[in-house]
Design a protein around this ligand. Sequence first.
Ligand SMILES: [Zn+2]
Ligand SMILES: [Zn+2]
Length: 285
Amino acid sequence: MSAPAESKLYLDLCQQISDARTAFKTSHQDQIEIPDQEIQRRAEEQEPLFDVQRLTAERELLGEFLNDLLAVLKANEFFSREEVDKLVASKEKMDPVELIRPLINGDLPSFKAYAAQLGLETDLVSFVGLNLSQAVAELYADKVKQKVDQESWYKGSCPVCGSYPAIEKLRRDDGKRILRCGLCGTEWHFKRIMCPFCSNEDHNSLRFFVVEEETPTEKSAFRVDVCDKCKIYIKTLDERKLPKSEKPDLYLENLNTIYLDILAQKDGYESPTYWMLAPAEGLIV
Ligand SMILES: [Zn+2]
Ligand SMILES: [Zn+2]
């Protein structure tokens, strides 16, 4: 399959999963219970509002979204039919909690081992694990994110789940810098001149590059911010450069701009959330 055709199939798949997630959230939002006292205590202590380990207690919800996910995978051709059929046939053997645990703990080698134990391709199983984690994390986030105090949270990690940002934007109305969590999708304000990953504020070692286009397109609204102290990059969408009618979805924009990740990595920068983007290029690093 040619690269552009493969990339289109991948984006279609992610769009369909994003729609399935929205439907899942709508029908399950009342099933999440987090005591108010716990949220309040965590907020006072400047901790993320929920502990991601909680997701491992949601076997039933994870199992339900696993069914939705398998239905989407069966209807899409990005992953080979044979592999998807094998995955579906292994469903009874799979424990949805084991599918997300290594991702939540950042223990990718043990994830690889679990995929091997199931006799399945690591790329496909990790894609499923990632999407399961994101769906249930978003369900939690929707429950608590209105309780985030944007004025008192200054960290580069997510105020709701504590994960790293996957992408950011400069907001159209006021140019404010907004980070978007790679796991639960929460967006939060952050200082303009500071690295979210190492808190470096030295403007001499913080810079960005843009990729010039021959004609102005949506892509030219993107830039890549890099920190020369920790050597980490993050992609930034400057909404002010987009037509007012456009309402970009940062989750899909992130998937649609992998060419920028490749450029940044060629320049020697890394991203702690890149593995969430591209199974075809090695989801497991
Ligand atoms: Zn989060
Ligand atoms: Zn840094």
